[in-house]
Design a protein around this ligand. Structure first.
Ligand code: MLT
Length: 258
């Protein structure tokens, strides 16, 4: 499926994939910073933002195939820099495994390589059924939002939390259901990590309640030659919560590639 996207800036191509259930607007800070130096492409993954939301389960590999199809349509077949936050990172790892020739470098932000635990998968299925039964996404979204932000962000930037909550609330019910089921059944890609040969940046939020810094550090340690950076004053959404430090990490990494 062809995706909606923003396409900013000059220079070498950098693609950034958003988390769940967010959309490409989560990269607004990076559009100004990264997008003023590089050609930054930020798609809306299937079911999110302005991309179509079909029925059915959205597997992580389906989401990855959509990204490849969209890049093909843009005739961007040369290796490029691909980054993803959380769910976007799962999609980036799917591309790293299944389309390795498309990558020049990889950026894994606030994400993990492992599959869901049985408890997490069961909880997602419960949430999917709850949404199907009521047609409402708000209770599920409201339960997710507080876990995404560092307490310091919630206190200092309530407008950021409110904006993200409102955006997540616009993700359609069938996209929430399809994605929850796709995430719950995604493969474990831990075994891929030692086989990654492109330069890789692993970025963690020091106060990430969803992917603990220790887990992100262990993922980085499994990827040969990777760079690991922990962002202070940031939870699960480091590019939004502390965009200055995140931008510096991303720009420093990109600069090292050319
Ligand atoms: C995300 O931010 O994309 C989600 O936390 C991913 C997940 O629920 O596993």
């Amino acid at each position: 499926m062809l995706l909606a996207f923003d396409d900013d800036g000059p220079g070498p191509v950098v693609v950034l994939l958003h988390g769940f259930p967010m959309d490409r607007t989560m990269w607004s800070f990076q559009r100004s910073s990264v997008g003023s130096i590089y050609r930054l492409i930020t798609p809306d993954l299937r079911g999110h933002g302005h991309s179509a939301a079909p029925d059915g389960v959205y597997s992580v590999d389906d989401l990855a195939d959509d990204v490849i199809e969209t890049l093909d349509a843009l005739q961007l077949t040369d290796p490029l820099v691909l980054g993803g936050l959380s769910m976007g990172g799962y999609v980036a790892l799917s591309i790293a495994e299944r389309y390795p020739d498309r990558l020049k470098a990889l950026m894994l932000l606030n994400t993990r390589a492992s599959a869901d635990s049985p408890e997490t998968a069961a909880n997602r299925e419960r949430q999917a059924q709850e949404i199907e039964a009521s047609g409402e996404t708000e209770p599920v979204v409201s339960a997710m939002v507080p876990k995404l932000f560092a307490p310091s962000t919630t206190e200092a930037h309530p407008e950021l939390v409110a904006r993200t909550h409102a955006q997540m609330g616009r993700t359609p019910a069938r996209a929430m259901v399809g994605t929850l089921r796709g995430l719950a059944t995604r493969p474990d890609r831990t075994a891929l990590l030692p086989k990654i040969t492109v330069p890789t940046l692993v970025l963690a939020g020091l106060e990430d309640a969803i992917v603990p810094t220790t887990e992100a550090r262990a993922m980085a340690a499994a990827i040969p030659g990777s760079h690991f950076i922990a962002i202070p004053h940031a939870g699960h959404l480091a590019p939004l919560e502390n965009h200055q430090a995140t931008d510096a990490a991303i720009l420093g990494f990109l600069e090292s590639l050319w």
